[in-house]
Design a protein around this ligand. Structure first.
Ligand code: SAH
Ligand code: SF4
Length: 384
């Protein structure tokens, strides 16, 4: 009797979902319309501009709201494409206005996005670029999770759209916005997903859409040196570096990627980042770990290391998680550290915690979300 093997691979696959227009660049949109025979090629550019405004200026999620598009064209669009938002699994609002969404992009693909008011010009949105992370910084909870996958450009843009829906910011306001800044400081290493991050930034920064200026978008990296020039060329956004240590021995331990790209190489890449100046400083993130990297001597070393680089330093109180070997430095130690930096002329904000009431609960979202508390987030997100 021969054994029968059931082939479940087909059965278990979900039907391919239609391409999502909301994550396409203008060129991709135009091409998609031609390929799907939505309109003749000579009309594709005009049609793409029209749909672009509906998607990114008005934030519509229903083709029927595109009132200046002919009914039969709308029907064709709806048949070939998707524009709906991903599912919001959980939404929390803090008493202080901090908002957090757990978004499910696909089964098992979830990430958190956090909006914090009074950061940057008006308020900053912290977005994720990957689900999980391939790097394993020893103090980071995300680093203990395996990478699930890169987020697509559409999924990155969707985080901004979800926030805008919730904040009531459609059509895209020109002034007095609640969401003024974007920081890529959520889950994942953005420079390992640079193509999608760059496409998402092109969409977010486009003047006829969400229109958040590149000067108000900050990308944080743990130090993927070979991709830093490409980040500058492709996105022209603000750079943030997760430094956390001033010598290679310690940084190798905290940010193991340092073994591949040591501090000297990292500093060289930073110095060549295009557009640097006093109006466009690099942000250095430095997590305060008790007895590990928080001495006055290390603060002085940090000042020496950053010499000549237009910089500001965000001191991040360490957020402990179950099983971690680290503790957060005492407040007095953090203040002493900050004082050395301030005396040397660097802005080095440490802010009071916000949004604790909702973010405390977020510590329970174990596998799918990042374990950074409000205090850490706020410190990380000190942007212009
Ligand atoms: N992967 C990128 C961006 C996301 S991490 C990077 O490493 O830069 C955003 C910031 O949070 C980084 O500076 C990271 O070092 C910091 N961070 C991670 N875990 C933390 C924790 N437990 N407490 C405080 N900050 C943490
Ligand atoms: Fe990844 Fe950044 Fe966490 Fe390091 S700190 S493990 S690079 S998310």
């Amino acid at each position: 009797m021969g054994a029968t093997t059931l082939d479940l691979s087909r059965a278990s696959k979900a039907p391919a979902s239609p391409p999502n227009l909301a994550g396409m660049t203008r060129d991709e949109l135009r091409q998609a319309f031609v390929d799907a025979c939505v309109c003749p090629p000579e009309k594709a550019k005009m049609r793409a501009s029209q749909v672009w405004r509906w998607l990114h200026h008005y934030g519509v999620t229903d083709f029927d709201r595109m009132s200046d598009v002919a009914k039969d064209t709308r029907a064709k669009l709806a048949e070939a494409f998707a524009i709906a938002r991903p599912e919001i699994v959980e939404r929390q609002v803090s008493r202080d206005g901090t908002r957090k969404w757990l978004i499910r992009f696909a089964p098992g693909i979830e990430a958190e996005t956090v909006y914090i008011p009074d950061v940057g010009r008006a308020g900053a949105l912290c977005v994720s670029s990957q689900v999980g992370c391939t790097l394993n910084c020893s103090f980071c909870h995300t680093g203990t999770q395996k990478l699930v996958r890169n987020l697509t450009a559409a999924e990155i843009v969707a985080q901004v759209q979800v926030a805008r829906d919730d904040l009531g910011e459609w059509p895209s306001p020109k002034e007095y916005r609640k969401l003024s800044n974007i920081v890529f400081m959520g889950m994942g290493e953005p420079l390992y997903n640079l193509d999608n991050v760059a496409d998402a930034i092109d969409i977010i920064a486009d003047n006829e859409g969400i229109a958040i200026s590149r000067r108000r978008i900050t990308v944080s990296t743990s130090g993927v040196v070979p991709e830093i020039p490409a980040l500058g060329e492709k996105t022209a956004t603000m750079l943030a570096i997760s430094l956390h240590a001033t010598n290679d021995a310690l940084r190798n331990e905290l940010v193991p990627l340092n073994k591949k790209y040591p501090i000297a190489q990292l500093m060289e890449a930073i110095r060549s980042y295009p557009g640097l100046g006093n109006a466009r400083r690099v942000t250095f993130e430095y997590v305060m770990l008790k007895g590990v990297n928080d001495s006055v001597e290390e603060a002085k070393e940090l000042v020496r290391l950053l010499k000549g680089i237009p910089a500001k330093i965000n001191l991040i109180p360490f957020n402990p998680w179950p099983g971690t070997q680290y503790e957060c430095s005492d407040w007095a130690t953090i203040e002493r550290f900050a004082a050395v930096l301030n005396r040397a002329g660097y802005a080095s904000p440490i802010r009071t915690p916000r949004g604790r009431d909702i973010l405390a609960a977020c510590g329970q979202l174990k596998s799918e979300s990042e374990k950074i508390r409000a205090s850490a987030l706020r410190a990380m997100m000190q942007v212009d």
